[in-house]
Design a protein around this ligand. Structure first.
Ligand code: SF4
Length: 465
């Protein structure tokens, strides 16, 4: 099959209605809801130090929680402020955390991957960004080769030509631009106004500065969107030819996210319209040669994500799909999640608590989990299904020294109705995701989630579509 059509998707509305319940996106397994407060900073410290024996390279995630204005759809951990002192105070504490965390890891472990997320990392001014990168670069050992992936989430409203040059000079080689939608009415209704011309100018600047990859984030399901308006947004985006597109479903959960109460529910497209927008988007991106990686990610055939899918190094992580699966992830900043060896950990989500704990000279780890052998096996099942659309039993058995069909006999029984509905192919050799199942990957993965029944599914998860 030609690139772009490599992974067919079949829209079966009846099946989508039936199977598309709320469920995790499986950016980790177990998911963050299973992290426990009984996990202590001592547990984290011991695990981090023990991980040095592995020699695995490092990946750093740095959370910058500040934004200048509120986008009404937002579900991120952010602080809307114009108070420079507030930002400086956080940056001082972040610096302290960087020193404490870096002391746990051998300097021989190179940082192959770095991601600045938020909030708005580009809220920081040039001097603050320079200082932060210099601090990270002196505390950790940055990989200096071309293989490293240093990415930053960019709010186009906060970056100009000069700043794009600064980001390149600081060593970032990947950008993720928050676009969401180019339609003016949609932009007004979510309080995020940015012109297509400005975005185009930044893309040109990024190309001039030889960024390796430019990714656009779009959201469907926002107020006033229709197939026609979103089609125009896609036309504008495709003119700029980003290397990747992440197309997220807007989950309206106003009980959880206060800002969403500013959205007029009557303006939100009906589920049927959302489905049509998604259907049209997938078809249009396939016709423009983008490969559907899975869930919500699309990439040009020459992009590293597609190569990683081909060579078996694609993974799910907290940014969605990613390469560099071999790294230990160190989370820095408020609410940041780390993943080191067999442990997941998360910093406190409260900025006040984050700063207080660091002020007392302690690490701000709030919760975490040490996964057991069964979790690791299930995590690999979910990864294979979500990243590769296929799980071959013999390969899996030799990787984990188990007999898949007896180990998962109950799950295989629970998969039978899904096979009867043609969401998966189920044979004596393998499980495959069918074109009908590709949109319902979460529901298929949920069959292997042993923790799910213990989590009250009370709206904390969003729907896939
Ligand atoms: S969407 Fe991004 S820029 Fe907007 S409020 Fe949320 S974190 Fe801030």
């Amino acid at each position: 099959m030609k690139p772009g059509n490599r992974q067919e998707v079949c829209f079966d509305q009846e099946l989508i209605k039936r199977y598309d319940g709320r469920g995790p996106r499986y950016t980790s397994y177990p998911t963050a809801l299973q992290f426990e407060e009984s996990f202590t900073t001592d547990d984290y410290r011991q695990n981090a130090q023990a991980s040095n024996g592995s020699g695995r390279p490092l990946s750093l995630y740095v959370h910058i929680p500040f934004c200048k204005t509120l986008c009404y759809y937002c579900a991120c951990n952010k602080i809307i402020t114009h108070n420079a002192e507030r930002v400086q105070k956080y940056m001082r504490h972040l610096g302290q955390e960087i020193d404490m965390q870096s002391a746990l890891f051998d300097r021989s472990r190179k940082v192959e991957q770095l991601h600045f997320g938020g909030g708005t990392p580009t809220y920081l001014n040039e001097a603050e960004l320079r200082a932060l990168m210099a601090h990270l670069g002196s505390a950790f050992t940055f990989d200096q080769s071309d293989l490293r992936e240093f990415s930053i989430e960019v709010d186009p409203r906060t970056v100009d030509t000069n700043m794009m040059g600064v980001l390149a000079e600081l060593g970032f080689n990947r950008l993720s631009l928050g676009i969401q939608d180019f339609d003016e009415q949609v932009q007004r209704s979510v309080n995020r106004i940015q012109s297509a011309d400005d975005v185009d100018g930044l893309v040109q600047d990024a190309r001039g500065n030889e960024f390796k990859s430019i990714s656009f984030d779009l959201i469907y399901g926002l107020p006033h969107q229709s197939v026609e308006t979103f089609n125009r947004t896609l036309d504008i985006a495709l003119e700029m030819r980003p290397d990747r597109l992440a197309i997220y479903n807007y989950a309206h959960l106003p009980a959880r996210f206060k800002g969403q109460r500013m959205i007029n529910e009557a303006d939100i497209p009906a589920p049927q319209t959302k489905l049509e927008i998604l259907h049209h988007t997938i078809d249009k991106l396939a016709a423009s040669e983008y490969v559907y990686i899975g869930m919500d990610h699309f990439a040009l055939p020459e992009d590293d994500l597609v190569k990683a899918q081909e060579d078996g190094t694609l993974q799910r992580n907290f940014q969605g799909y990613s390469t560099h699966s071999e790294c230990d992830l160190v989370g820095l900043g408020v609410s940041a999640i780390g993943s080191i060896g067999n442990v997941f950990n998360q910093n406190t989500p409260s900025t006040i608590e984050y700063e207080t704990i660091l002020h007392e000279g302690r690490l701000p780890v709030k919760r975490g989990i040490e996964v057991d052998a069964d979790d690791l096996i299930r995590a690999d099942v979910i990864k294979r299904l979500m990243c590769y659309d296929r799980l071959r039993f013999t390969e899996f058995d030799s990787a984990h020294q188990i007999d898949f069909r007896s180990y998962f006999s109950k799950e295989l029984e629970r998969l039978e109705p899904l096979a009867n509905d043609d969401l998966i192919g189920l044979s004596n050799e393998q499980i495959t995701i069918t074109p009908k199942g590709r949109l319902l990957l979460r529901s298929i993965a949920m069959v292997f989630d042993r923790h799910l029944s213990r989590v009250e599914n009370d709206g904390r998860f969003s729907k896939a579509i």
